[in-house]
Write a protein that binds this ligand. Sequence first.
Ligand code: SF4
Ligand code: SF4
Length: 443
Amino acid sequence: MSTCMPTFRHGVHPPECKETASAEVIRIPWPDKVIVLLSQHTGAPAKAIVKKRQDVARGEMIAEAGGFVSVPMHAPIAGQVKSVDLALNPRGELSPAIEIIRDPDQDPESVRGSFQDIDSLEGDALVEAVQNTGAVGLGGAAFPTHVKMKVPAGRKIEAVVVNGCECEPYLTTDYRVMMEQANQIIAGIQIAMKATKAPKAIIAIENNKPAAVDAMMAAVPEGAPITVCSLATKYPQGAEKMLSTALLGREVPSGGLPSDVGMACFNVATLAQLGELLPSGRGLIERVITVAGGGVERPGNYMVPLGTPLRHIMEFVGIRPDARKIINGGPMMGTSVASLDVPLTKGTSGLLVLRDDEIRTGRLNVYPCIRCARCVDACPVFLNPSDMGLLARNSRHEEKAESYHLYDCIECGCCSYVCPSNIPLVQYFRIGKAMLRERSAAK
Ligand code: SF4
Ligand code: SF4
């Protein structure tokens, strides 16, 4: 069934710009090489288990998990390892990576994997099997999926929440996955329910996607404890904490986890991949991304091998001469692309190629805070971005963290979006968190 549920308080309504919603997913031409970063998820980097000049099959594990909060990497194409070395990551830093040169004589579709009987997997064995797929949150967070399935001792999961909100403007990846892979999503939901022992699942979709609501409702098996909920369209409705408030009426406590309120939350595309990978004993080697924005000639939704250099994707979709900026992710939470030589990662949900008129040119000057409180009214987790911004300018990061709960900031960008003074608040908070992490690592 589908119901209209209450939403969370605060948030913003940016223009949706979802022109690629009707674009079916198509595969881009195979790249000549891929660069598989060993750290493209939250947690410890994977450890390479292949050497230079080693031949690898598509789907073969090439790096093992570096701990429990870590996932392995699999070869996205068949070919030969050119190097195990440092490569540029999307943040513009050098990071360990495996470069593979494609073998043009091999069938590019052929993939390694063998049937796995999911029914026989229980508890830790099921969680380990999920880890072996290399699955991480494909909504952008790239948090290892198996970690969410390992319920902390003493906790009980009351509901698996399936996040199909996709509230970032421009992105239509999750929408297309719901339209085209509804059955795989249901298979993934059943795995998540089994692993977490959740008695029910709720598929949450914003009410600007009625066709996706219909597609998912049609895919739910008769009598299954899975409901589809149509939520109010508001940014950031797809954030875990907002979903918990909207669907369960419970707020994740400061510094807490969704499991504190009985929820395990997974992105729809993650579950679609899992529903396909786990039974076939395969690893995550590709993903769907949206390429959009006025600066791209062929916007759409594309299936792309992980590790594909962004330059290859851009050559295929075509960049218009008036393109000004490329963003990795959506406009609210995405980051500028440092170089077209960086590879696609598991967390890349979209690439936006924006023209001058799509960027807030002419409003780029930063003015002093006028204490209008618009940012306070927009913040969905009830922080005080205005005061935090003033502290950030004076590098008082510890004070921000202790007295203003900096770590509760979900980096949604609502505050920056509404600020009439163009203060880059969310960037301040990201920098503040990074500096505090560095300081604590140096101690
Ligand atoms: S302070 Fe953080 S959570 Fe609040 S609106 Fe700004 S970015 Fe979002
Ligand atoms: S929205 Fe901008 S100008 Fe207004 S209070 Fe917040 S930081 Fe200050």
